[in-house]
Design a protein around this ligand. Structure first.
Ligand SMILES: Cc1cc2nc3c(=O)[nH]c(=O)nc-3n(C[C@H](O)[C@H](O)[C@H](O)COP(=O)(O)OP(=O)(O)OC[C@H]3O[C@@H](n4cnc5c(N)ncnc54)[C@H](O)[C@@H]3O)c2cc1C
Length: 442
């Protein structure tokens, strides 16, 4: 008689703080921790985690609004995790349950990570490359290929670009009927490819197009979709952990789609880091045709009205943003921010309070219900730093905060802080910049 193989015990890991991401949100991690004295707070409001007491329950990881806590695994534990991934291929822990085995078999039919390359008239949306960067990480963890999904007319060059940003394969649907985005035509193409190649993960930008298409595809193929994710990672059963703000941004929820494939997520522009464009990287282009009778597509594109015609400002793509909050005291004072932005070659953004008050248009709003931005410099003027605002700008390279309240939460994420009246400080900075440009000595 042979001895039954003992199931491998899944390592739980220990919580570990990433100090530079911590925003000292008010000890949420300490409150969530079920173990006495495992998490203490330092004078600055950041947690000190005693790893010898950590039981790996991940409660602190889940409540952290800034994703500043992660699980740490020793190299031995990492090897065990990799072994589990390889052995189980998606099966629940040590299962003898036939239903669970059938589910595991069904899930195992789906392999590979796909990213939709969103394009307008042959020009890719940057978010697609950002998603390829994240997709590369996910595909490497799962040890599967990363594929770009390129749909359009005369768009083959985007496959080459996708390879440069990390894709191994590109599925190309290139025909005049796909020149303009229409839900019906793109839905048909994506569903046809999903049925044929069965990817386990599909990522799309949380743009107008991505939001529309992802919802339609998820409904058609009968799977789940998590919109506006801010974090994506793989658990030890090959599931995609999709993190996004929930309950008005008061918690970060990690959502799983562990019974259906593909797992679908959208991510806003600038949330994921732009990967390096590799020169000389190549891949395999797989051409697919999708039979589409133009008469069957009810939506006809008559005219494209672009952003340039509506004079909207793209704060999402700006390198420098001077953003104003309720502390600006009134609509007219935004002229001060515009002057500073003009001197620095930037654009003006705003908090939601400002947009709600009608001081600035909605397309300038930064934050959870506005845009996610990642400029080189973000200057927050009279903005308190509510979590819903922080999630939209905390990944900026340099954050300069001006606020008369020295305890304002914005200072927790600021690289440089100025405590004082914004209506005095901003004009002073603008004037100094003008002097410097004019070559006026001190
Ligand atoms: C579901 C949901 C989604 C949301 N989405 C967003 C979002 O996308 N973006 C967003 O921004 N908010 C969002 N909010 C709102 C958010 O919770 C805050 O209410 C908002 O960000 C506050 O804006 P504020 O910082 O401009 O105003 P306040 O919180 O009122 O802060 C004003 C700040 O100005 C300072 N101040 C006042 N006068 C001066 C002065 N003369 N000089 C210097 N400083 C001064 C004050 O000290 C204060 O810190 C959302 C809320 C919810 C519930």
């Amino acid at each position: 008689m042979t001895e039954a193989k003992k199931p491998i015990k899944r390592p739980r890991g220990k919580a570990q703080l990433s100090a530079e991401r911590c925003i000292a949100c008010g000890a949420r991690c300490q409150s969530a921790c079920p173990v006495d004295d495992c998490i203490e707070m330092d004078d600055g409001g950041s947690p000190i985690i005693d790893q010898s007491k950590c039981i790996g329950c991940v409660k602190c990881v889940k409540v952290c609004p800034a994703q500043a806590i992660d699980m740490f695994f020793t190299p031995e534990e990492q090897a065990l995790l990799a072994q589990l991934l390889a052995e189980r291929g998606g099966a629940p822990d040590g299962t003898d349950d036939p239903e669970a085995r059938a589910l595991a078999r069904k899930l195992a039919e789906y392999r590979g990570v796909w990213v939709l390359v969103e394009q307008t008239e042959g020009e890719a949306a940057k978010v697609s490359w950002e998603l390829l960067g994240k997709g590369r990480e996910l595909a490497d963890t799962l040890a599967v290929p990363l594929s770009a999904l390129v749909i359009g007319a005369d768009v083959e060059h985007l496959c080459t670009e996708a390879f440069a940003y990390g894709a191994d394969t590109a599925y190309l649907v290139d025909a005049p009927a796909f020149r303009f985005y229409r839900t019906e035509s793109y839905l048909k193409a994506v569903c046809q490819l999903v049925a044929k190649y069965r990817p386990e993960i599909i990522l799309m930008g949380a743009t107008g197009l991505g939001r529309d298409l992802a919802g339609a595809v998820a409904t058609a193929v009968g799977t789940g979709l998590t919109a506006d994710c801010t974090g994506l990672a793989i658990d030890d059963k090959r599931n995609l952990m999709q993190t996004r703000p929930a309950f008005g941004g008061n918690i970060m929820a990690t959502i799983m789609c562990d019974r259906f494939r593909p797992q679908m997520a959208t991510v806003r522009p600038h949330v994921m880091q732009m990967p390096e464009k590799g020169t000389g990287r190549s891949g395999t282009t797989i051409r697919e045709t999708c039979e589409l009778n133009e008469d069957d597509v009810l939506v006809k594109v008559l005219e494209i009205i672009g952003d340039r015609q509506t004079h909207s400002v793209d704060i999402g793509g700006a390198d420098l943003i001077v953003s104003g909050g309720r502390g600006m005291m009134g609509k007219d004072n935004f002229a001060l921010l515009q002057e500073l932005a003009d001197e620095l070659g930037g654009v003006v953004g705003a908090s939601r309070s400002v947009v709600d008050a009608g001081w600035m248009p909605q397309d300038r709003q930064v934050g959870q219900t506005g845009k996610t931005v990642r400029p080189k410099i973000y200057i927050a003027c009279g903005i308190s730093g509510a979590i819903q605002h922080l999630v939209g700008m905390q990944d900026s390279d340099v954050i300069i905060a001006i606020n008369r309240d020295k305890d304002a939460p914005i200072f927790q994420v600021a690289t440089y802080g100025i405590v004082g009246d914004v209506l005095t400080i901003v004009p002073a900075i603008t004037s100094r910049l003008r002097d410097m440009k004019a070559g006026v000595a001190e």
